[in-house]
Design a protein around this ligand. Structure first.
Ligand code: ADP
Ligand code: MG
Length: 267
């Protein structure tokens, strides 16, 4: 049975980085899954590619109404929520038209605040969750902007590779701008180093570099490069349900524990 919510209102977090392939979707799915052992989590797929939806077993053909219907067609939140293979983890899938949303949103008066407004209009539903996660597309367009305006915090996954720091300045600048103009309370919740390769000295150098710059914003837990992590989505499962003993599953369990400590909600 579902745990009772351990907070009065959900904490809303955007997984964002304008670079593709850095581990946004992987981290959103697997952190959400690990947290769902104790909390109720909603993951909203904001990427037209729909990798979070596929990765949680909702095939393209079976997606029906999702984020596009919610944001553009005024479909009620209750009608787009889906269960996933993970107890206590719900999903709003990316539907086929979501790619068009970037353009169609421009016509709305509340184009940057749409998602925030939608979540605010269904408190009886959103309050049933402890966490709401947005899996953002690899761009800083209107979909990502909607996530940053609706969120309390941003989690930035960073691939542990040579140009890591270079890419991260764009997202931190965007966070600053959103803070000034649209969402003063937005926080950089943390940076997660992903695809860390122990056998490669470069990974350690990059990690030191990122920690030197972002200090304790960087999670102590690093996510290793692990083939089980990359295999799991093709089975429609988070890595912990695909191979619970894999280093990848264990890393995401550690990340969830550290995340809880940081959130100060060690429930
Ligand atoms: P993004 O959402 O930022 O585009 P993804 O989470 O989709 O990035 O990850 C990009 C690719 O890398 C995917 O194929 C994913 O399965 C793989 N991947 C992500 N994290 C790891 C990891 N720790 N080890 C191995 N493969 C990974
Ligand atoms: Mg993705």
């Amino acid at each position: 049975s579902a745990p009772k919510p351990d907070r009065a209102t959900p904490r809303v977090i955007a997984f964002a980085n304008q670079k593709g392939g850095v581990g946004k979707t992987t981290t959103a799915i697997n952190l959400a899954t690990a947290l769902a052992a104790q909390s109720r989590v909603l993951l909203i797929d904001l990427d037209p590619q729909g990798n979070a939806s596929t990765g949680l077993g909702i095939d393209r053909s079976a997606r029906g109404a999702g984020t596009y219907a919610l944001m553009i067609e005024d479909k009620p939140l209750a009608e787009v929520l889906r269960p996933t293979p993970v107890p206590n983890l719900s999903l709003i899938p990316a539907d086929g038209d979501l790619a068009g949303a970037e353009v169609e949103l421009v016509a709305f008066d509340d184009r940057e605040r749409r998602l925030r407004h939608i979540l605010a209009t269904a408190p009886e539903l959103t309050q049933g969750f402890d966490y709401i996660f947005f899996d953002c597309p690899p761009s800083l367009g209107l979909l990502t902007l909607n996530a940053l305006v609706a969120a309390h915090g941003v989690l930035v996954p960073l691939q542990t590779e040579f140009f890591a720091l270079e890419g991260v300045s764009q997202i931190t600048k965007t966070i600053d701008r959103v803070r000034r103009a649209l969402n003063p309370a937005l926080a950089l919740d943390g940076i997660v180093l992903t695809m860390y390769d122990r056998r490669n000295n470069l990974s350690e150098l990059v990690a030191q570099d990122v920690r030197g710059f972002f200090k304790d914003k960087v999670f102590e837990t690093v996510i290793p490069r692990n083939v089980r992590i990359s295999e799991a989505p093709s089975h429609g499962l988070p890595v912990s349900l695909y191979d619970a003993r894999s280093p990848g599953a264990q890393a995401y369990a550690s990340l969830a524990a550290e995340f809880r400590r940081r959130e100060g909600s060690a429930a």
